[in-house]
Design a protein around this ligand. Structure first.
Ligand SMILES: [Zn+2]
Length: 319
């Protein structure tokens, strides 16, 4: 058996690859811009070329590679072989990418939804190492979710579990990209935070941020660190909404750990404090007291490491 795995993290913006050892450490990495609007053949070829390139540039022997783990956004079929549909890659549909990669490299391959893969990465080699059950929320442009129960990814009956970003927390709330109203994503994503910030400015609240140009969650965070009242308020409100989401997760799953990841965690304790306050005040004590709420340890590497980890876990059944 080999001693390393190729982990692939396909994103709407970047396609990333890593050579990962059996402890979950990235030994070598490569990244290219994803041709996100290209047709599926071009994206498949990009993946194949990147795998070939990283094997070449890392100078690993093919015999050292245990297999290839692929994390893809969107909906993966129940057999874990085909990406059916992905919102950020509009022409990447019905792609049997597992077979394409496995045949090309003559190696075992697994395909996993990217948010599930990232949650598995944290479980395998990150913040969740000691936890058999955890829930991970990735707070970026949208809100992704992954659930691990009893040391296994929980995929649900149709492979569509863990859509935590689309858990409804306000019945008549603002409209979400998914078509529903009041989803977690409307409040707790970077997009949601910027929307709320602009609303408060329109209501006449003064801010250090000039409203003429583009406003990003990062700018709001930086202004908050300089004491900007409206930015502090928006982050606090985002944390309170996230707290509501976490209370629901705790009441349903009572996980050992909830991990927060993604660009939004740059707000650090400004975001964590209202989350902890809300959960301490409102969750059942038995659901709350033994659930750790922590930030991701692997950051942007969770996808690559997790995809590799999914292959390694599966390979225990090949051996
Ligand atoms: Zn939604």
């Amino acid at each position: 058996m080999g001693n390393c795995i190729v982990g692939i993290d396909l994103g709407g913006t970047n396609l990333k690859a890593g050579i990962v050892d059996t402890e979950g450490k990235i030994l070598h990495r490569l990244s290219v811009k994803t041709h996100s609007d290209a047709d599926s053949q071009i994206i498949s070829n990009q993946i194949l070329e990147l795998i070939a390139e990283i094997i070449r540039s890392a100078q690993v022997k093919t015999s050292d590679i245990i297999g290839i783990g692929l994390g893809s956004p969107g909906l993966v079929d129940k057999k874990g072989e085909t990406v059916l549909f992905s919102p950020n890659l509009p022409r990447w549909r019905n792609i049997p990418i597992k077979r394409i990669v496995a045949e090309r490299f003559s190696k075992p391959c697994v395909l996993e939804n990217d948010a599930n893969a990232a949650a598995w990465g944290e479980k395998w080699a990150g913040a969740g190492k000691e936890s058999g059950s955890l829930v991970m929320l990735t707070l970026g442009t949208g809100v992704g979710g992954g659930i691990v129960i009893n040391n296994k990814i929980w995929r649900g009956a149709n492979n569509v579990a863990a859509e935590i970003g689309h858990m409804v927390i306000q019945m008549d709330g603002p409209q979400c990209n998914c078509g529903n109203r009041g989803c977690v994503e409307v409040y707790a994503s970077a997009t949601g935070m910027v929307r709320r910030f602009k609303e408060l400015l329109q209501e006449g609240m003064p801010s250090l941020i000039k409203v003429s140009g583009e406003i990003t969650a990062k700018m709001i965070n930086e202004a908050a660190l300089q004491g900007d009242k409206v930015s502090l308020d928006v982050i606090d409100e985002t944390g309170r909404y996230l707290g509501i989401a976490l209370i629901n997760i705790m009441h349903v799953l009572n996980p050992e750990m909830i991990i927060l990841a993604g660009g939004m965690i740059g707000s650090g304790e400004l975001l964590m404090n209202p989350i902890r306050r809300a959960t301490a005040q409102r969750a059942f004590e038995a659901s709350y007291k033994d659930t750790k709420i922590v930030f991701s340890q692997l950051g942007n590497d969770a996808g690559i490491i997790g995809a590799a980890g999914c292959l390694l876990k599966e390979s225990e059944t090949f051996a």
